[in-house]
Ligand binder design. Structure first.
Ligand code: ADP
Ligand code: MG
Length: 632
């Protein structure tokens, strides 16, 4: 390329730019944090690459440095670094598209909503380089990557940008901001000093403020450059922890919890870990950038090192610095280092222990955390059998005996159990209303036995991994025929079942035949007290809720016939019996039988295969009932 070419921003970028310039006004100083963080990243990058390719440095001795240069006459603020720079293609890609998946998700969610000014929301994603346009009418980026020639990017932050070659230029990047008239305060030294101190004090490379005094250039390093994770926790103020968190996460809100410790033993490392106050929107997306930053003796190695934490702790953000790891190898090789696995084990133990403490000491705050990340933590039941019991201790559930939004741990559930209760029961449901309307609950209500309500979609598969807690079996009441009766009651219930079974033997058989294609079996049930019937799945098959979920994900669900359980003492049985006796081949009997099954399907929230049929049967029934003499 020898001359100027013009490019359009990707559509997403245009939207983001619009958003940035219109909604970040009250927080516009963050542009400096973003540009300094990019400069620092670029230095980390070249420093790491030069370990194996020293020729990239081009010069022998080099002090890595970031400079901030205000120019009052030109009304420009320039931020330079001697980092990795960019070649033309990188320039076009990195400053013309949105790479971060979170930002994309965010934009999609934002479409059609009126949240345009919601700071917290935007803060979750970080706007990065584009934040330069909060304070600038025009931005010019001059850059040169080692062993390539320099090029220049320029834009007014509207639809397009231009790229052209530049002349001789040292390796690195120079970002020149042509400040807006109302942003000229960012030329003032004390403003710049304050902003750097506030957001970027811990940046490892020197950030120099370069000014001219009486024609002479002076440089003043603004940041203390202390890697915060290396300090002792007693020396660090909450404010410092929070600023570093914001730098790491691009979040505008303070974190909910800080875990800072030194791992000891065969391997020494420092870890500074944060838990955000809110879950990012892309937490469940496969592209979610989970992991912690990895440093080796203060040298930044990589962002999002996935080897350091298991996916069920992907909500953690932070830094791990381990001096024992070997620096002079490729990033891939570092990731293969078996010692990372050891660090991970230590981190998992520490974090789970810390969560347990938190739950004990500040339940209210813990619940706030749990509401955001409990669903993710639960995945650990399935994936980490070694820590299963510890994770189980950390879980919270609504139950049939709590109010909406009140939670009990499994331990609390055990404490509330009657001595006669030998098992822990749970019910999977879509929401509380549906849960409480489940016929299977009736017997539990009658006996005042508490049932855990599982209403997170993940519950369906993770709870299968948790078969007992403190030696008490855990059972799903939608799967298993659970008998809550005492020995004596059992006798009379069995007798009753037998008696009714005998009395309605033919009826039951006829119902079974009519519904043969739709259910596996029809039988009397000891567990219904109010409802006339319900459907039950056999142990080891999918619950109705699970089926619903798979269907909603577009998955093929194997057809599994269920068992229709009927309450042998419901008055409807007498009616059915009379219809059966008068003419079991009549259309009316067939309608009644079908209505029985439809009711069961409706109560479990399943989709009716023929809703029109149901509607017709009900209206026929209504007409018949109303036209029967003596009824109205
Ligand atoms: P992020 O830093 O999260 O990747 P940004 O929008 O801040 O997102 O920056 C986008 C990309 O532009 C960076 O990932 C990097 O590749 C490139 N970039 C930005 N500033 C610089 C710089 N000073 N030196 C080298 N590359 C840079
Ligand atoms: Mg950035």
């Amino acid at each position: 390329m020898s001359e100027k070419s013009s490019f359009e921003f990707q559509a997403d970028v245009k939207e983001l730019l619009n958003l940035v310039t219109h909604s970040l006004y009250s927080n516009r100083e963050i542009f400096l944090r973003e540009l300094i963080s990019n400069a620092s990243d670029a230095i980390d990058k070249i420093r790491f690459e030069a370990l194996t390719k020293p020729e990239l440095l081009e010069e022998k001795s080099q002090e890595y440095k970031i400079s901030i240069i205000p120019n009052a006459e030109a009304k420009t603020l320039t931020i330079t670094d001697n980092g990795c720079g960019m070649d033309e293609q990188e320039l076009r890609e990195h400053l013309g598209t949105i790479a971060r998946s979170g930002t994309k998700t965010f934009l999609q969610q934002l479409k059609g909503t009126q949240e345009l000014s919601s700071m917290d929301f935007i803060g979750q994603f970080g706007v990065g380089f584009y934040s330069a346009f909060i304070v600038s009418d025009r931005v010019v980026v001059k850059t040169r990557k080692a062993q390539t020639r320099g090029c220049q990017w320029a834009s007014q932050g509207q639809g397009n940008f231009e790229i052209e070659p530049t002349g001789k230029f040292a390796r690195g990047t120079e970002v020149i901001l042509y400040l807006k008239e109302d942003a000229l305060n960012f030329l003032e030294e004390f403003t710049l000093r304050g902003v750097v101190k506030k957001y970027s004090d811990f940046i490892e490379h020197p950030i120099a403020l370069v000014t001219k005094k009486d024609g002479k250039e002076t440089e003043e390093v603004l940041n203390s450059r202390k890697a915060i994770w290396l300090k002792s926790p007693s020396e660090i103020e909450a404010k410092e922890y929070h600023e570093f968190y914001k730098h790491l996460s691009h979040d505008f809100q303070d974190p909910l919890r800080v875990i800072h410790y030194r791992g000891e033993g065969t391997l020494e490392f420092k870890a500074l870990i944060y838990i955000s106050a809110h879950a990012p929107l892309d937490l469940y997306s496969p592209e979610f950038n989970s992991g912690l930053q990895l440093y080796i003796n203060r040298v930044f190695i990589m962002e999002d090192c996935k080897k350091l934490i298991p996916p069920y702790l992907r909500f953690l953000k932070g830094v791990v610095d381990c001096g024992d790891l070997t620096l002079n190898v490729s990033r891939e090789m570092i990731q293969e280092d078996p010692r990372l696995e050891k660090i991970k084990k230590n981190l998992v133990r520490k974090v789970l222990g810390n969560l347990a403490e938190w739950m004990e000491q500040n339940r209210k705050e813990y619940e706030q955390f749990y509401a955001q990340f409990g669903k993710v933590l639960k995945e650990g039941l399935h994936f980490d059998s070694e820590q299963r019991d510890k994770i189980a201790d950390l879980l919270l559930f609504e139950t049939t005996q709590t109010e909406t939004g009140q939670y009990k741990s499994l331990k609390q559930y055990l404490e509330g159990m009657k001595p006669t209760q030998k098992e822990i029961y749970y019910l999977i449901a879509e929401n509380r209303t549906k849960a409480l309307a489940t016929p299977q609950l009736e017997a539990f209500k009658a006996k005042e036995v508490e049932v855990l309500l599982m209403m997170d979609p993940v519950d369906q598969w993770v709870m299968g991994s948790l078969t007992n807690y403190q030696e008490k079996p855990i059972k799903s009441i939608s799967h298993e025929a659970i008998d809550l009766h005492t020995e004596e009651e059992k006798k009379s219930v069995e007798e009753n079942l037998k008696e009714q079974g005998k009395k309605y033997k033919d009826l039951l058989k006829a119902i079974g035949e009519k519904l043969e294609a739709q259910v596996k079996e029809v039988r009397f049930s000891p567990r219904l007290t109010d409802s006339v019937c319900c459907l039950v799945a056999e142990t080891g098959t999918l619950t109705p809720q699970m089926e619903q979920m798979l269907k909603s994900l577009g998955q093929a669900v194997p057809v599994q016939k269920k068992i229709l359980e009927i309450n042998p003492n419901h008055p409807l049985l007498e009616v059915l019996q009379r219809l059966y006796e008068s003419d079991h081949t009549s259309a009316q009997f067939a309608d009644y039988v079908q209505l029985l099954l439809d009711q069961a399907l409706l109560t479990e929230g399943a989709e009716l295969t023929n809703p029109k049929g149901l509607s017709k049967r009900i209206s026929d029934l209504m007409v018949r009932a109303a036209t029967t003499p003596g009824n109205l």
